[in-house]
Design a protein around this ligand. Structure first.
Ligand code: C2E
Ligand code: MG
Ligand code: MG
Length: 595
């Protein structure tokens, strides 16, 4: 047997050196036994399994780890055991690879005769993952090492799973979802029909806030399960974060809409969380590949815009993308950029619209209405930019300016005239309004009772507890609070009981419908009665003709406001009006329309 360098040949113990002491045969045998024991100790101390075969594919030696890894009986470790016998023992112990035992034996024998160095990870039928190296030796045999890497492999698989899945629901996460859409786009030619649905739960936050995050988690898991049950076999659902989910649907825009309805239905049934029953709704935006987006980002963006629109429609809305949404979004972005600039450049001004006291027939005060004097587009009405200012938080500095400006202006008017200021729900929740008003009152020196804050019903939709708390603190300052645009929002009479408003302002749309719709007359008149019974003042907005004025007067409204009386006007016009009309009767005010 050829020997390479000084490496001791493990296969056969070295013959005794020349000149060994005669009669030392027994001693030599002992030495050999000792050597063998040492070798075995070394082999068994290895962390890996090791096996060595000769050129006839017979085992020369192996260690205990080798036998353990493959669950081989001790006799398999006897030198001289053939490779085939070992393979057969592995088949018996189910530590082979693949279903076909004969194939497996042929394959391994092939590797042995190929005489090439190899390294691979084998997944055994027992489930173990074994890292194997195969190294041919110069004598025609080979040595192989075997390491059980099952745990490492599982850990890696777990890490990979974690990187691509949401731990709470077990659903794919945003990263995996993006990949799946990318893959779906790649095979779109072969497998057409791809749509994305963006979903967002309505009413999740209050549940999470009131009954706790643990219950919120249960709700999300239950919702995820219902969602998964709605899908087709090729669809994927992912949790994008918080209460946002998304579905990749393989199908047409029609099947996507049908899927959205199924999801809406499935969400409809109440959820039971630790004995409590709660209900939520789901807003869904749909975008179809090709028509609404030619790649992942564009498609998701379109589905997102559709979702915003669906949420604007109210609880449980479903919307498909349409290019108009994109234009609106572009407008919104442009306004956002311009608004920032406008705040810096002080392009805003306040106009004031008189409010007529129907009892005294004198002005009760003025409502401050914000105007944006745009350098190119002229006067921009608040409806065009306030929603953007609210969505971006820019309403906070802007609203603060309105309050300071309005109170400072009112300080120049006779002391019995009020000033009304509109505030948005964003200001009530995040705006630090009590402090701002305290400062503005101190700065202007006007009595708190001359200031009226107008809020709309939207305040009751989000964070109503915080909003009500702010309203109470404003009231504690002595400031009055009015409920604006009554009847247009989600109109629950309960809102009137939630807070003791000083005034209800019925929306102009009802007043304008007085002559055409009998139901409008009923509503307008009922609101006057409700106000009277609750001890709240009532203002009829949007009075454009004398008939309307007479009608609301007859119904018992305390105040009226509208183009008939006067349009909103710049502060200089108010000053002129007030100095001209000492008795402050509403005669010939500036910009008055013919009635
Ligand atoms: P609002 O508080 O209900 O104000 C009344 C709106 O009706 C004003 O529109 C006013 O110009 C208009 N109006 C008054 N009389 C008539 C009439 O006879 N016929 C018709 N068709 N309209 C009439 P404007 O100034 O465009 O304001 C729209 C809304 O923007 C306001 O509704 C208010 O909700 C909001 N807004 C205005 N200024 C501010 C502000 O400083 N802060 C906040 N948060 N919102 C504001
Ligand atoms: Mg108002
Ligand atoms: Mg109004």
């Amino acid at each position: 047997m050829p020997k390479t360098g000084d490496t001791p040949d493990l296969a056969t113990p070295s013959p005794p050196a020349h000149g060994a002491r005669p009669g030392g045969l027994a001693a030599m045998r002992r030495r050999l036994e000792v050597q063998e024991l040492r070798l075995k100790a070394v082999l068994d101390s290895l962390s890996q399994g090791l096996s060595l075969y000769d050129s006839e594919a017979r085992l020369v030696l192996c260690n205990q780890q080798f036998l353990d890894i493959y669950r081989l009986p001790p006799e398999c470790g006897t030198p001289g055991t053939t490779f085939r016998q070992i393979l057969e023992a592995r088949i018996a112990g189910n530590t082979h690879v693949g279903d076909d035992a004969e194939d497996y034996v042929a394959d391994r024998l092939g590797v042995a005769t190929a005489r090439r160095a190899l390294g691979a990870i084998h997944r055994l039928n027992s489930g173990q993952m074994i890292s194997v190296t195969h190294q041919p030796m110069a004598d025609g045999g080979w040595v192989s090492t075997h390491k059980d890497v099952t745990e490492l492999h599982n850990l890696q698989a777990e890490l990979t799973h974690l990187a691509y899945h949401d731990p709470l629901t077990g659903l794919p996460n945003r990263t995996l979802f993006y990949r799946r859409i990318g893959a779906a786009f790649d095979e779109l030619a072969r497998h057409p029909g791809l749509a994305v649905l963006c979903l967002d739960l309505d009413g999740f936050k209050p549940i999470n806030d009131t009954i706790g995050h643990a219950a919120g988690d249960v709700l999300l898991r239950q919702f995820a399960a219902r969602l998964a049950a709605c899908l087709g076999p090729d669809d994927t659902v992912a949790r994008m974060g918080g209460d946002e989910f998304a579905v990749l649907h393989r199908g047409t825009s029609e099947t996507a809409c049908a899927l959205a309805s199924r999801i809406g239905e499935a969400t409809h049934a109440p959820f039971e969380l630790d004995g409590r029953v709660v209900s939520v709704a789901v807003g869904i935006g749909i975008a179809v590949a090709g028509r609404d987006g030619a790649e992942t980002d564009a498609l998701l963006h379109s589905a997102d815009l559709a979702l915003y629109a669906a949420k604007r429609d109210g609880r449980g809305g479903i919307r498909s993308f349409d290019p108009e949404l994109d234009r609106a979004e572009t407008d919104r972005r442009r306004i956002e950029v311009e608004l920032k600039h406008a705040i810096a450049m002080q392009q805003f001004e306040l106009h004031f619209q008189p409010i007529l006291d129907l009892g005294t027939e004198a002005f009760a005060g003025f409502e401050a209405l914000l105007r944006w004097r745009h350098p190119e587009r002229g006067m921009v009405p608040p409806g065009d930019f306030i929603p953007v200012a609210e969505a971006t938080g820019m309403i906070l500095p802007l609203g603060e300016w309105v309050i300071r400006e309005a109170l400072a202006e009112a300080a120049r008017w006779p002391a019995d005239l009020r000033v009304a200021v509109n505030v948005s729900s964003v200001q009530l929740v995040r705006g630090n309004l009590p402090t701002i008003l305290t400062q503005a009152l101190a700065h202007s020196g006007i009595a708190p009772g001359r200031v009226e804050i107008e809020i709309t019903e939207s305040v009751f939709l989000a964070n109503s507890d915080e909003s009500l708390e702010t309203l109470r603190r404003l009231r504690a300052l002595g400031v009055r609070v009015a409920l604006d645009d009554f009847g247009t929002g989600y109109s629950a009479l309960g809102y009137l009981l939630a807070f003791p408003f000083d005034k209800i302002k019925i929306d102009g749309t009802f007043v304008r419908a007085l002559s055409s719709a009998e139901s409008a007359r009923t509503i307008v008149s009922a609101v006057a009665d409700i106000g009277a019974r609750l001890g709240m003042q009532t203002t009829a907005e949007g009075i454009e003709d004398a008939e309307q004025l007479r009608a609301v007067h007859a119904m018992g409204y305390s105040e009226a406001q509208g183009y008939l009386i006067a349009r909103p006007m710049p502060r200089e016009a108010v000053r002129r009006l007030l100095t001209a009309a000492f008795d402050r009767m509403p005669e010939a005010p500036h910009e008055r329309v013919a009635g």
